[in-house]
Design a protein around this ligand. Structure first.
Ligand code: SAM
Length: 368
């Protein structure tokens, strides 16, 4: 089976076998009905579902071309969870307390007939928050159908408004104007409130912070500035590349004063900053300088059905073996509950220069 982190050495092979044995045993062991919490009391609240490991961009900090080139072993179609399998897993998660589903990737809009999956997920519960993270390249074309299928909202990644900077960062020469069209189309289709995520990397796009804030102030969209993180093992991350959230706020505030606002809910990832003179708010996601593991309620399902309990993990729990091995939904529920209950991850709180170099899944594989 092709995976991004090849299980070549004996240690990771053993680890994968240990996790597989845990899943099989857990599937046989009864657990009480209802919501679950992990060893740190964190409930299971969100499920991020990666629907493809492929992307039409080659962002230099995420899928660098020299690694993700023509010969890269992306997953073959038979390895991907089907829409029926994804919906089955999502139903189990909803039963365990999940209220928010986020489709991601790779680039989720590359998955064919994604609208059908959204319809199936919407069929689970009318009140679920179903969102999607996209680079926006195909959004203008698809926004209305996504909305009609039952998508609640959309988050668009956009790293610069400066065309040359943006083309250099996506590394496929994609123009910023088309992403802006996608944003407008999403807003017109009612996929609001829109979030616009900008990853800030020192020396690459920090000069785009203030123009980005300026452009979307008063638009009703919320720009969120994200500290560049040490996910994966291919982007050569260094602490010096991180522009701290505090500096981002200071840069914007120098032109458009900001005042910090209370979070909407416990565990909100972005710190909220409101324009003192009106025009909405921005968010900063300080995943490196102010870790928020304490409130992390997110589980992540990879494209081929592995469950990760942390963005910085290097191994996932294989749920596909249960799905394709004839296990019923109760067995699946038991396994997921047991995995969550023994979760102790708090990577960002214990990050050091050494952990930053440890093997981890790629962001393009597990999704943002
Ligand atoms: N293709 C979709 C998109 O562009 O939004 C979804 C997947 S992409 C991996 C999700 C998000 O992760 C994007 O906003 C991207 O900028 C962000 N991302 C990727 N690598 C990152 C890193 N090292 N640090 C912070 N954010 C990162």
């Amino acid at each position: 089976m092709a995976t991004i982190i090849p299980l070549t050495d004996a240690r990771s092979q053993n680890r994968a076998e240990t996790l597989a044995a845990f899943v099989r045993e857990a599937a046989r062991t009864p657990v009480p009905e209802g919501p679950v919490a992990d060893t740190r009391g964190r409930p299971l609240g969100d499920l991020r579902i990666s629907v493809t490991d492929r992307c039409n961009f080659r962002c230099v900090y995420c899928m660098p071309k020299d690694v993700f080139g023509r010969d890269y072993p992306f997953l073959p179609h038979s390895e991907l969870l089907t829409f029926e399998e994804i919906t089955r897993v999502a139903r189990v998660f909803v039963g365990l307390g999940v209220r928010k589903l986020r489709l991601t990737g790779g680039e989720p809009l590359l998955r064919r007939k994604l609208e059908r999956l959204i319809e199936m997920l919407r069929g689970l519960d009318d009140d679920l928050d179903i969102t999607l993270t996209t680079n926006g390249a195909l959004l203008a074309r698809k926004a209305r159908d996504l909305r009609a299928a039952g998508l609640s909202r959309v988050t668009v990644s956009l790293d610069s408004l400066d065309d040359a900077t943006f083309r250099a960062m996506n590394d496929v020469d994609f123009p910023v104007a088309q992403v802006l069209e996608g944003i407008d189309a999403a807003a017109a289709a009612g996929l609001a409130p829109l979030k616009i995520n900008m990853v800030v990397k020192r020396g690459m796009n920090e000069q785009s912070i203030v123009p980005m804030a300026r452009r979307f102030r008063g638009s009703g969209h919320v720009v969120r500035f994200i500290e560049y993180m040490d996910v994966g093992a291919t982007n050569g991350w260094r602490m010096d590349d991180v522009v701290p959230a505090r500096e981002i706020v200071e840069r914007i505030s120098a032109e458009m004063p900001l005042v910090q606002a209370d979070p909407h809910y416990r565990g909100e990832v972005a710190e909220r900053w409101v324009y003192a003179q009106g025009g909405g708010e921005v968010g900063v996601i300080a995943s490196v300088t102010q870790a928020f593991c304490r409130d992390c309620t997110r589980a992540r399902l990879s494209t081929e059905g592995k469950l990760y309990t942390c963005l910085f993990a290097n191994e996932g729990y294989d749920l596909r073996e249960l799905l394709r091995g004839g296990s019923d939904d109760e067995a699946l529920r038991r396994a997921v509950a047991a995995i969550w209950r023994q979760r102790a991850d708090r990577y960002s709180e214990i990050r050091t220069a050494n952990t930053a170099r440890a093997p981890k899944v790629e962001m393009s594989y597990i999704g943002g």
